[in-house]
Design a protein around this ligand. Sequence first.
Ligand SMILES: *Cc1c(COP(=O)(O)O)cnc(C)c1O
Length: 424
Amino acid sequence: MEAKYTKAYAGKLDARDELRDFRNEFYLKNECVYMDGNSLGLMSKRAEQSVYDLLSSWREYGIDGWTEGNHPWYYLSESLGEKMSELVGASKGEVVVTGSTTVNLHQLVSTFYEPAGNRTKILADSLNFPSDIYALKAQLKGKGYNESYLIQVQSEDGHMLDEETIIEAMTKEVALIVLPSVLYRSGQILDMEKLTKAAHERGIKIGFDLCHSIGAIPHQLHEWDVDFAFWCTYKHLNGGPGSVAALYVNKKHLGASPGLAGWFSSDKEKQFDMEHTLTPASNAGAFQIGTPHILSAAPLIGALDLFHEAGIEKIRRKSLQLTAYMMDLIEYELKDFNFVICNPVNDKQRGGHIYLEHPEAARICKALKMKKVIPDFRKPSGIRLAPVALYNSFTDVYDCVQTMKNIMEDKVYEQYSNEREVVS
Ligand SMILES: *Cc1c(COP(=O)(O)O)cnc(C)c1O
């Protein structure tokens, strides 16, 4: 056997890994190889500590916790937004931690979708996560348009989108474009800079859903002149189940009235004047609605420190090495078993996870779980594997592929039904 396919080689890669110490910051799920950080990131000790600290501030300060303590709650959404700015390449005041992905999409579309004359349509794609599509259809309905006003760019192979095809669909009828940064199945990265430039040349505003890229790849939203973006914090950012999401609004749009207003949209100095005329905040804070979900934002205080310390460039570098190594092992070890690698293989387009297709995917995933490897299944035949730079090792990748090989050789998966579970 070639040296590069041995477990010893994986160990060597780990020894050379500049981020290896971050693994100790996390609670690794007992003896499991966790490959599902793109669905729900693992808990870090820092995130846990920041939840305890937040609870103490409630116990200690009562209502005064809004303005006192280490992380005054009244300013937490904005201060976490600042902390996250480096991950998206935002300038000061462009990011706020608020709401959920889907609520933020509703907020941004109700603010920036302004149909007028013949420009009435929304351009999206056919591979996006369903929640985004439901929200866009609901937004159209709210403005009196039916579903035919949503244009969904098609994919040729069912896995990838072609930027040129998207650009061709940017017609004079399009008022707004919403696309993912990284496709949730194939992990393809769309060229956000190119798409933004093309949209603006045609007078169209454009926003991106960063759920699968935040914390995995660097972004330069401000430099690329992206109009708006939104993302969740429980996937690669490890904020915990239901942790508060975030959004970005380009400085040039700040001052716009939020489509969905509430008293937390207010300028902070004026909020407690309790006037019936809203004075929106002059930063992205204007896109908040009501009282922030402080308890669900708390884990982010610690979780984001880890990203700051590691640096997103290093995270991306290791992530690319992990996924390249995984593809290499899959091709070598699983070549007899009908797996098809459906993610982009080149570094420029490959996001943070590997996407395989196999007709027995549902039960292969069940067998993997039983063997303590945690993948995630995507109907009808997809397996996503996310080796995460902050806590997965090259040895994890090695063990994951070896386990898959054993399952296939021994046909262990045949003990299970080939159907998805309620949550997959
Ligand atoms: C995870 C994900 C969501 C989830 O939305 P929530 O409002 O956080 O439930 C939405 N869109 C995409 C692309 C996602 O990957």
